[in-house]
Design a binder for this molecule. Structure first.
Ligand code: SAM
Length: 217
């Protein structure tokens, strides 16, 4: 079994991406489990998580590390969050904001199992409604027309000085009539006014019409 740690708590095992399971014996979304010695690793599905897709496409820096506090916008049922939870460990915290009530039962269940996730049912358009500590990273995966605006509002209110953001842009939600690359160009122009873009990655074939942006304030 060939195991290599590519970022803190993120591994490549026989060519597949994986995180070390914080809760051995428990799966989250029917992912494959690999045991090596006493440790258990969860294979991270590149087609079900944009963060996994971004790492596979060559993300150079992962600001989510053990102990990080992450504000995660667009939590859904917690597929990606479960891996972020493995990475930040019990010294870290993921504040998971999700607007859809139907996502809450599985997300709450995940939070109970893991001990480092705080689910909040709220609209990320209103960051003033969640009173939280300043965070190291804002992660956003929300398919809304005003997704850039949502990100900037949350950064302004909740991100620490010099903190990082990770942004999954869905061009089709912003403007389905325009070419994705034209939409990305405009998004990057908007973000460049107030932040520093570190890296951009187009996520196809894992997620079509998506760009992943890593930036810092
Ligand atoms: C593409 S899914 C997120 C998938 C998730 N990030 C993952 O990788 O496991 C987008 C989620 O954003 C949520 N969402 C959409 N608009 C929102 C808003 N204004 N505030 C909070 N969540 C929102 C949707 O309900 C949906 O669950």
């Amino acid at each position: 079994m060939k195991l290599k740690e590519i970022f803190k708590n993120v591994y490549r095992i026989n060519g597949k991406l994986a995180t070390k399971n914080l809760v051995p014996g428990k799966k989250v979304y029917d992912e494959k489990i690999i045991r090596i010695g006493r440790e258990e690793y969860r294979i991270w599905d590149l087609f079900r998580s944009k963060l996994a897709g971004a790492i596979a496409k060559g993300l150079k820096q992962l600001p989510i590390t053990p102990g990080s506090i992450v504000l995660y916008l667009g939590a859904s049922t917690g597929t990606t969050i479960s891996h972020v939870s493995d990475i930040v460990g019990l010294d870290g915290l993921i504040i998971a904001v999700e607007v859809a009530p139907s996502c809450m039962p599985p997300l709450i269940h995940l939070a109970e199992d893991r001990g480092n996730i705080a689910p909040i049912i709220e609209d990320a358009n209103h960051p003033e409604r969640y009173d939280i500590p300043k965070v190291d990273v804002v992660y956003q995966d929300i398919s809304q027309r005003n997704q850039v605006n949502i990100l900037l509002k949350n950064i302004k209110r909740h991100l620490k000085p010099h903190g990082y953001y990770m942004f999954c842009v869905k061009s089709q939600s912003i403007d389905v009539t325009r070419k994705p690359r034209d939409v990305y160009k405009e998004v990057l122009k908007q973000l460049s006014k107030d932040t520093r873009i570190i890296q951009t990655l187009e996520l196809d074939p894992y997620d079509k019409h998506h760009m992943f942006i890593l930036g810092q304030v």
